[in-house]
Design a protein around this ligand. Structure first.
Ligand code: GRF
Length: 194
């Protein structure tokens, strides 16, 4: 059973999908969440995590010097000795020292094909380009922005989607299912003694 820490910055719908999957879906018996960490005290996902009985921590990033933020983040996370750190709408770029400390142990979900679009506003990008088919990518986090090794990609059928809302709704439905599936694959196939 893997011990994970989830990082969020806002709504936390992917985090909730993972928590749901742990209680009654594909992640049941596969992993548990020792803490949900947010860099914003007002992240709605924090309340959601609490309703699932999951411990939460806030490490405020705004107005804090990067070195200080990274030190606190590290201290907070290390206390839980996680096997994996799962980013779910975490809006900050992780410090390279932190990434090096958890090689191939930090996983992210990106709402586009990472080879076609990196960074923010992926659904806007897909909508503006009127893509008929889009992708959700689950990948390891390296020191770049959405450049890490791809774990899996899922297709999103955008045929008939006519608004940004449609694009997001269709994409998120896939994200919520696909992230847990990919996490399960990684967690159960990983046999490295730790
Ligand atoms: C999702 O689209 C995720 O792929 C991206 O940020 C969004 C976060 O949404 N990285 P939520 O906080 O999980 O609801």
């Amino acid at each position: 059973m893997k011990n994970i820490v989830i990082f969020i910055s806002g709504r936390g719908s992917n985090m909730e999908a993972i928590l749901r999957s742990i209680s009654s879906g594909v992640l049941k018996g596969v992993c548990s969440v020792s803490c949900v960490v947010s860099n914003r005290a007002d992240a709605a996902g924090l309340d959601t995590a609490r309703t699932y009985g999951v411990k939460t921590a806030v490490v405020v990033s705004k107005g804090v010097h990067a070195a200080e933020y990274n030190r606190k983040l590290r201290e907070t996370v290390d206390a839980f000795s996680p096997d994996y750190i799962v980013l779910a709408g975490y809006m900050k770029i992780l410090d390279s020292g932190f990434v090096k400390q958890y090689p191939k142990r930090i996983i992210n979900i990106h709402p586009a094909d990472t080879s076609a679009h990196q960074g923010l506003h992926a659904y806007e990008w897909a909508f503006e380009n009127r893509l008929k088919k889009s992708y959700i990518t689950v990948h390891y986090v390296d020191e770049g922005v959405d450049t890490g090794e791809v774990i899996g990609k899922a297709e999103v059928d955008m045929v008939g989607a006519t608004s940004l809302h449609d694009y997001e709704e269709r994409g998120l439905a896939v994200e919520h299912r696909f992230y847990s599936e990919m996490l399960k694959n990684i967690f159960i196939t990983e046999n490295v003694a730790r």
